[in-house]
Design a protein around this ligand. Structure first.
Ligand code: NAD
Length: 456
C-alpha cells in the first residue's frame, strides 16, 4: 500500500505527463465511470441500504440517477467546454489576439460527507476528470460500506496514479489536508469547512466548499397550500431530513397556518404511513450521536405530529414542532434530521429581518402565488440557491450552478460549473510581431501624452 505522499507523487508525475489533459482521454474515463456505476448498481444500492437504510427508490434517484445524468450531460458538452474562448482585444492591445484557455489545476482532493455518500463523492470527480485532473477521493468513514464500494469501483477502473481512494476518518483527512494539492473540493459541515479552508490557506490552495446551515421554507397567504404541503414534506423528509438543502424550518403566514399543517400531516401519512417507524423504507439516522442530538431537539417546543423514535433502528418519525423560537437549540443549529420546526408570521418583512440576522442559507424556498412577493423575497435575501413553489429540485438541474454563499459555502458545481470548479482560466494575449507600438516604452517622446489619451 503506497502512502498518501507516494500516491500524490505518482499523480503529480502522471499529471505532468499530459495524458489526463487529452479530451479523448477524459471522455474515455467518464465512459468508464458510467459503465462502472451501472455495473455496481446492486452493490451501491445494497451499501446505501446497509449504512443508511435508504430505499431503492430514494437511493437510485438521488445517488445513482443524478450521477448518470451528470455524466451524460458532461459527455455531451465536454468538447465545447475545453475549447479556448476567443475574446475581444482592447484598443490598447491593437494587433494582438486574446483568448481564455481552461486548464486543469493538477492533483485534486475531494472530501465527501455521509448523507449522500456515493453521489457527493463521485459528482465532483466527474468535474475533476472533465477538466483533466488527477484526484484523491476521501469518502466518509460514517458510511463504511459505501466507502468500500467506492474504493473497489474506483480501484477497478482507474490506476492510482490517476484517481485513488484513501479511506479513513478525521486523522486521514488531516494528513491529506497537510499535502500540496492543487485544488481541494470539500463537502461537509460548516465547522469542518473552516478547518479545510484554514489548512488550504497555509498553502494558498484554491477551495470549493459545499457546506450546510439552516435553510428556510416560507409559505405566504397566497400559496397553493396543497402543493406547498406535498413538496415541503417531500423535501424535508427525504433521506430522513439528512439533506444539506432540506428545508430546515418553516415560516407560515398566520392566516394559512392551520390549513397548511393539516395538509402536511396528510402528506406525511400518505408518504410514510400512519406508523412511519414500522415502514421498512424509512431512512435511518446515520449513527447514535446524531440520533441523540436529534432526540434532544424533540424536547424543544410542542410536538404537533410525529415525535416517536426507535433507538434500535436509529429511526425518528417525520415530526413537526411549534412553539419554538430562535433561542431554542433546534433553531440554533442545522437540524439535519426529520424534525421540522414551524413558526408563524404576519409580515414578510419580519421574516426577512429574522433570516438576515443569521448566516446566509444554503437554500431558501418560497411558496407564494404573488409575483410581487416572490420578487421581494428573492431580491431581499441572499442564499446559495433555491426554489419558488418547490423544494430541492434546483440541485438536480445541470444548467444551474449549485453552491452556497458565505457560511453555507464558497464556489459551486454541477454541469459546466463542475468543469469550471476544477479548471483554472488562463488568460493569454498572443501578440503580433508584424509591428510594435512604441509609445509604451520609456524613451518615447509622446509616450505620456498618448497614454493619457488611450487609457481613459
Ligand atoms: P463533516 O464535516 O463532519 O464531514 C465531512 C468530511 O470531512 C468527512 O469525510 C470527514 O471524515 C471529514 N472530517 C470530519 N472532521 C474533520 C476534521 N476535523 N478535519 C478534517 N476532516 C474532517 O460532515 P458530515 O457530517 O459528513 O456531513 C453533514 C454536513 O455536510 C451537513 O452540515 C450538511 O449540510 C453538509 N452537506 C453539505 C452539502 C452541500 O452540497 N452543500 C451536501 C451534503 C452535506
Amino acid at each position: 500500500m503506497p502512502t498518501i505522499q507516494e500516491i500524490l507523487q505518482l499523480q503529480r508525475t502522471y499529471f505532468f505527463s499530459g495524458e489526463t489533459k487529452s479530451v479523448d482521454f477524459r471522455i474515455q474515463q467518464l465512459e468508464k465511470l458510467r459503465n462502472a456505476i451501472n455495473k455496481y448498481e446492486t452493490d451501491i444500492l445494497g451499501a446505501l441500504k446497509k449504512d443508511l437504510n435508504k430505499s431503492e427508490f430514494e437511493a437510485y434517484s438521488s445517488e445513482i440517477g443524478m450521477l448518470l445524468k451528470e455524466i451524460s450531460f458532461t459527455l455531451k458538452h465536454l468538447k465545447k467546454w475545453t475549447k479556448p474562448i476567443r475574446v475581444k482585444t482592447a484598443v490598447t492591445h491593437f494587433g494582438s489576439k486574446s483568448y481564455i484557455q481552461s486548464e486543469p489545476y493538477g492533483v485534486c482532493l475531494i472530501i465527501a460527507p455521509w448523507n449522500y455518500p456515493f453521489q457527493l463523492q463521485i459528482s465532483p470527480l466527474v468535474g475533476a476528470i472533465a477538466a483533466g485532473n488527477c484526484a484523491i477521493l476521501k469518502p466518509s468513514e460514517l458510511t463504511p460500506t459505501v466507502s468500500k464500494v467506492i474504493s473497489k469501483l474506483i480501484g477497478e477502473i482507474y490506476e492510482e496514479r490517476y484517481v485513488a481512494v484513501v479511506e479513513g476518518g478525521v486523522e486521514v483527512s488531516q494528513v491529506l489536508l497537510e499535502q500540496d494539492f492543487d485544488k481541494i473540493f470539500f463537502t461537509g459541515s460548516v465547522n469542518v469547512g473552516k478547518i479545510v479552508m484554514e489548512a488550504a490557506s497555509k498553502k494558498l490552495i484554491p477551495v470549493t466548499l459545499e457546506l450546510g446551515g439552516k435553510s428556510p421554507a416560507i409559505v405566504d397567504e397566497s400559496a397553493n397550500l396543497e402543493l406547498a404541503a406535498k413538496r415541503i414534506v417531500w423535501g424535508k423528509f427525504t433521506n430522513a431530513g439528512q439533506t444539506c438543502i432540506a428545508p430546515d424550518y418553516l415560516y407560515i403566514h398566520q392566516r394559512v397556518r392551520v390549513e397548511l399543517i393539516m395538509k402536511i400531516k396528510k402528506y406525511i401519512d400518505e408518504f410514510y404511513g400512519a406508523n412511519p417507524l414500522e415502514n421498512p423504507e424509512i431512512t435511518h439516522i446515520v449513527n447514535m450521536n446524531h440520533f441523540q442530538r436529534l432526540s434532544r431537539y424533540l424536547e424543544d417546543g410542542r410536538i404537533i405530529t410525529g415525535g416517536k423514535k426507535d433507538e434500535g433502528s436509529l429511526s425518528i418519525e417525520p415530526t413537526l414542532i411549534d412553539q419554538v423560537g430562535w433561542s431554542d437549540p433546534v433553531m440554533q443549529e442545522e437540524i439535519f434530521g426529520p424534525i421540522l420546526p414551524v413558526m408563524e408570521y404576519d409580515s414578510i418583512d419580519q421574516v426577512i429581518h429574522d433570516v438576515r440576522k443569521y448566516p446566509k442559507p444554503l437554500a431558501l424556498y418560497l411558496f407564494s402565488e404573488s409575483v410581487e412577493q416572490q420578487r421581494h423575497v428573492m431580491d431581499s435575501l441572499t442564499f446559495g440557491g433555491g426554489c419558488i413553489n418547490d423544494t430541492l429540485v434546483h440541485v438536480a438541474s445541470p444548467y444551474l450552478p449549485f453552491g452556497g454563499v458565505g457560511e453555507s459555502g464558497t464556489g459551486s458545481y454541477h454541469g459546466k460549473a463542475s468543469f469550471d470548479a476544477f479548471s483554472h482560466q488562463k488568460s493569454i494575449v498572443k501578440q503580433t510581431n508584424r509591428f510594435d507600438i512604441n509609445f509604451r516604452y520609456p524613451s518615447h517622446k509622446y509616450g505620456l501624452k498618448i497614454m493619457k489619451k488611450v487609457l481613459k
